[in-house]
Design a protein around this ligand. Structure first.
Ligand SMILES: [Zn+2]
Length: 88
């Protein structure tokens, strides 16, 4: 995949704020393609976890404002929990 195509693909699965729904998949972000992309870019699990904790922090602010019925434990699993496991 060429550089330009690759970056377009990445941005297609970027989180939409403040809803944190993927504009491409219409699934909760990070969707499976976003997870693959994030894992590949981070390089290692520690860096990935730190990055996702950062997203979690942003998402909590946004989602609290948008007044959805959210469970902090579910949000943690969605943003950070999955980074502990290897993809295969
Ligand atoms: Zn997506």
């Amino acid at each position: 995949m060429g550089q330009l195509k690759w970056s377009r693909w990445l941005s297609a699965h970027a989180p939409q704020r403040p809803t944190w729904v993927c504009p491409r998949c219409q699934r909760e972000w990070p969707c499976p393609p976003a997870r693959l992309q994030l894992r590949a870019r981070a390089g290692n699990r520690i860096a990935l976890a730190v990055q996702m904790a950062n997203y979690l922090y942003l998402a909590i602010g946004d989602l609290t404002i948008s007044d959805l019925d959210l469970n902090p434990e579910d949000l943690y699993d969605r943003f950070v929990g999955w980074t502990r496991y290897r993809p295969d």
